[in-house]
Design a protein around this ligand. Structure first.
Ligand SMILES: [Zn+2]
Length: 113
């Protein structure tokens, strides 16, 4: 199983490939894959594409060029640890109170607060 599958909405990630390589942003949306493969992510401010829209006064749409985020494949992003700030692989740990949390493989810091 891919470690990137444990990324959730709201996580800070770094882009590993493509024109926005090295950029960081929050996960806005997780798009689950239909066949049980790796999901795709919408990352805030990353992988922007321009869409040309036609004006539609009935729906109060002005038209023109709109920028929005296109999805990234799970293998192209990696979690950024909130504790040490490095991009990292995700591990799991059970806390003394029985809670299962995600941890940073580099600093062992708890990712889930
Ligand atoms: Zn860390």
């Amino acid at each position: 199983m891919s470690t990137t599958m444990r990324i959730k909405k709201g996580d800070l990630v770094q882009v590993l490939a493509g024109k926005d390589r090295g950029k960081r942003g929050r996960i806005l949306k997780v798009l689950a894959s239909k066949k049980g493969g790796a999901p795709r992510f919408i990352v805030e401010g990353v992988n922007l594409i321009k869409r040309h829209t036609k004006p539609n006064p009935g729906k109060n749409i002005k038209g023109g060029v709109v920028q929005r985020e296109a999805s990234l494949h799970a293998s192209n992003v990696q979690l950024v640890c909130p504790e040490c700030g490095a991009k990292t692989r995700i591990g799991h740990k059970v806390l003394s109170d029985g809670r299962k949390v995600r941890v940073c493989r580099k600093c062992e810091g708890v990712v889930d607060k």
